[in-house]
Design a protein around this ligand. Structure first.
Ligand code: AMP
Length: 192
């Protein structure tokens, strides 16, 4: 199986590139942000609780997202593999993901990290906020909070995969198709 963690700060282009990777390699795309937004849309109790944190740019508790990923892995037994987008976002989530995959006799093939400067991220997210309707894209203050959460809690996840020799970084600024080609070269070098 091919299990990829697509990593990078908010606005790095993970969602856009995930769609292309999913099609080319026939993988299941799991975005915890999308899963949480669909809980909000369905007005579930989980969604209502998560919305309060998400609107402020704060991470939701680890057990909430790990539980959602657990359900999806069960639902898609027999898939060619998964692309994890926006997950894991803490070292604890990364450990939980390893345990979940191990229980399916599986593992992460590699992490691919999109490198984008902070200035570019803020500009991209403010622009996206004009059309996305996302509360957390709407002000520079909320965007800064999300980048701060990334710096403090999520960046260490890269070291987690570096220590397992599963880390590759790819330039995240440029043409979408050019970035995609570089991601594909990295994916094609991963063990399966
Ligand atoms: P995203 O769509 O990936 O930018 O996520 C939007 C928001 O959902 C984040 O700012 C967090 O509040 C929440 N979220 C998404 N994925 C996670 C995760 N893996 N762990 C904790 N919170 C998450």
């Amino acid at each position: 199986m091919l299990n990829i963690v697509l990593f990078g700060p908010p606005g790095a282009g993970k969602g856009t590139q995930s769609q292309k990777i999913k099609e080319k390699y026939d993988l299941i795309h799991l975005s915890t942000g999308d899963l949480l937004r669909s809980e909000i849309g369905a007005k579930t109790e989980l969604g209502l609780k998560a919305k309060k944190l998400m609107d402020q740019g704060i991470l939701v508790p680890d057990e909430v997202v790990v539980g959602m990923i657990d359900n999806k892995l069960q639902e898609h037994k027999g898939a060619n593999g998964f692309i994890f987008d926006g997950f894991p976002r803490t070292v604890q989530q990364a450990g939980a993901l390893d345990n979940l995959l191990e229980s399916h006799k599986d593992s992460i093939s590699g992490m691919i990290a999109l490198e984008v400067t902070k200035n570019e991220l803020v500009q991209r997210l403010l622009k996206r906020g004009e059309t996305s309707g996302r509360e957390d894209d709407k002000s520079e203050e909320k965007i800064s909070k999300r980048v701060e959460e990334y710096e403090n809690k999520t960046k260490p996840v890269a070291d987690y995969y570096k220590s397992q020799h599963k880390f590759t970084s790819v330039e995240g600024i440029g043409e979408i198709d050019e970035i995609f080609e570089n991601i594909c070269s990295a994916i094609d070098k991963l063990p399966r």
